[in-house]
Design a protein around this ligand. Structure first.
Ligand SMILES: [Zn+2]
Length: 458
């Protein structure tokens, strides 16, 4: 079935007659949004997955009454907050790498959600956002997360890869990528041991997981969600996060997201900003999204905020430099550009009289851009989601520099029903099989959450 996407790029008809109807009537006549550009096979997978889901995990029920939360050999009573430490390694002597965890166990029954930062040690948006979330501005009587009102349990882990964080490195001390090591093994290398303990003690008992990341070295991401939309409960929290860009793919082999989904636990990855920096917009948007998910799951009171549109993307294009030299990015991550628009220039100190323009091959949204100024011919400098429909809708959310104002970055938008959100779908496939495959890797294993798979057992 093909249902026309609302708000197409027919610019004269952006005011649809339905918008004159009162909200209650309008809602009834709004057609269900169908991802009509995601490839047919994938669309069927997603639709089938959503049909078969009740949406509520069976292991808890609001009828069952409050119970203690068993966690790390402790029993946490309903309506309480606990600050705990978890040792990444179980040893009698030597480094055990304790990490702080805040557990808020609500007075009412509900699901368990686990929030993670710094699985990659140098990605600091997660640690800062989750530190704020663990503090008195968010948790306490009368605050957004009030243990006496909360339904279910929130586990907040600001820094997973503590040794990497202390070394200002993406990696574990053995040089492996923790996010390629799940579910790990108890008797294997260091990263596999950490992954296995973390998997068994922290992740396996969760119903929902949100994993906060940034782009890897040399680039920066527009705030976005990555999720396997054919996994029903992951689809639900991806949408309820309330931001505009959702990239549909399964995580790479050994990633927390992939392994978590394989165990039928909901998991989405938030990506925003770059490593070794604190992008304030990404911190704000990630907190906004987490609170939206908690509201959507009815764990905390209030209506979740919705964006005016969502871009559901199953494919993208790379913008590359055809010259070598120094890159000057004119359209950074978040920019909406037209076909033929100059997105960056390349100059070279050896030929100061020459400047080469890098042109966008299509109209679309740049979701990631290079921050490393050194380029050679063929280096990707931007990653763009081609957009042919919903252009007018997107333009309404651009700032004076044609950058998308992400929901949550400019305060709460008006509350919207989910069926009033326009789904704009972007078809195609991820080049190389995953979202970040084309970014240069130096060293070769320096890959992002979604980048080319490395074999950590080697
Ligand atoms: Zn990462």
């Amino acid at each position: 079935m093909t249902v026309p996407t609302e708000g197409s790029d027919n610019e004269q008809s952006s005011e649809r007659p339905e918008s004159l109807l009162p909200r209650s009537k309008r809602r009834r006549f709004t057609p269900l949004k169908v991802a009509n550009q995601i490839p047919k096979r994938r669309r069927k997978e997603i639709e089938k997955a959503l049909e078969g889901s009740s949406g509520t995990p069976k292991k808890w029920s609001r009828q069952s009454g409050p119970k203690n939360h068993a966690f790390l050999r402790k029993r946490i009573p309903p309506g309480s907050i606990r600050r705990l430490e978890f040792d990444l390694l179980s040893v009698d002597i030597g480094e055990s790498w304790p990490i702080p965890i805040t557990v808020v166990h609500g007075a009412r029954p509900g699901p368990t959600i686990t929030l993670l930062g710094a699985v990659h040690g140098n990605e600091l948006v997660g640690p800062l956002a989750l530190t704020y979330l663990s503090g008195p501005n968010f948790i306490g009587s009368g605050k957004a997360i009030d243990p006496d009102v909360l339904s279910g349990t929130i586990r907040i882990v600001p820094i997973v890869n503590m040794p990497g964080y202390k070394m200002k490195s993406r990696y574990m001390p053995d040089g492996r990528d923790l996010n390629r090591s799940f579910p790990g093994k108890p008797d294997s290398n260091t990263s596999y041991r950490v992954a296995n303990r973390f998997w068994k003690e922290i992740i396996a008992g969760s119903d929902y997981v949100i994993d906060l990341h940034t782009a890897a070295v040399g680039r920066t991401n527009m705030p976005q969600i990555r999720a396997n939309l054919a996994h029903a409960s992951s689809n639900k929290i991806a949408r309820s996060f309330g931001i505009e860009a959702i990239l549909d793919n399964v995580g790479p082999k050994g990633s927390l997201r992939r392994v978590t989904n394989d165990a039928d636990i909901a998991c989405v990855t938030f990506e925003g900003g770059g490593p070794d920096e604190l992008d304030p917009e990404s911190v704000q948007v990630s907190l906004y999204g987490i609170l939206n998910v908690l509201r959507s799951l009815r764990m905390i009171p209030g209506h979740p905020s919705r964006p005016s549109f969502r871009i559901l993307a199953s494919g993208s294009l790379w913008i590359r430099s055809d010259q070598g030299g120094l890159l000057d990015v004119l359209a950074p991550a978040g920019s909406f550009v037209d076909e033929g628009e100059v997105v960056a220039t390349v100059t070279n100190p050896e030929r100061p009289s020459e400047s080469h323009d890098i042109i966008s091959p299509t109209r679309g949204l740049i979701i990631c851009s290079a921050t490393n100024p050194f380029v050679t011919a063929g280096t990707p400098v931007g990653h763009i989601l081609p957009v042919s429909k919903g252009v007018q809708t997107i333009r309404k959310r651009l700032d004076e520099d044609d950058c998308l104002v992400i929901s949550g970055a400019d305060g709460d938008p008006v509350w919207r029903d989910d069926d009033e959100v326009e789904d704009i779908t972007v078809g195609g496939e991820w080049s190389g099989g995953n979202v970040d495959a084309e970014w240069s890797t130096n060293p070769p294993t320096d890959s992002d959450e979604e980048a080319a798979e490395s074999d950590p057992s080697q």
